[in-house]
Design a binder for this molecule. Structure first.
Ligand code: DGP
Length: 127
């Protein structure tokens, strides 16, 4: 069910539980500002989620409130995770769903990294 990305941060969301170690994950990267783990329902041979450690609902919230250090650390982590997964060549796709029209389901900012096969056109045509 897509979320309302303007809602206050909900500390009971599943990624907050993963960050607190209350729910397990298949971790691929962990540093002071970001955590990355494999998606539970992979949509590509490689499907990794990268999340900031701070309490941010969405890209909209993060880009408005996060410090420059948090933003830089998060963006670097996304690139490092993709490189470490061997995706820099031949390439990959990043996706951050935001709010209802973006079909965001988990209300903690996450960037999807997809790779491991040619990913096709960016969006399905209008139906
Ligand atoms: P989005 O629609 O952008 O909010 O995608 C949420 C993604 O989170 C979706 O691809 C499935 C993934 N996901 C949901 N719950 C869990 C979980 O408990 N563990 C992991 N690893 N991924 C999850």
């Amino acid at each position: 069910m897509p979320i309302d990305a303007t809602q206050p941060y909900d500390p009971a969301n599943i990624f907050a539980k993963i960050l607190r170690g209350e729910v397990p994950c298949d971790k691929v990267h962990d540093d002071a500002l970001a955590l990355a783990f494999r998606d539970i329902n992979p949509q590509a041979p490689t499907h990794i989620l990268v999340i900031p450690k701070g309490d941010y609902v969405s890209w909209d919230d993060f880009s408005a409130r996060a410090s420059d250090a948090e933003i830089a650390g998060f963006i670097r982590a996304v690139g490092e995770v993709a490189r470490a997964a061997g995706l820099a060549e031949p390439g990959y796709r990043l996706l951050a769903n935001v709010g209802a029209h973006g079909h965001q389901e988990v209300p903690h900012l996450h960037v999807h990294i997809f790779g491991g096969r040619p990913l096709g056109p960016m969006l399905e045509p209008d139906r």
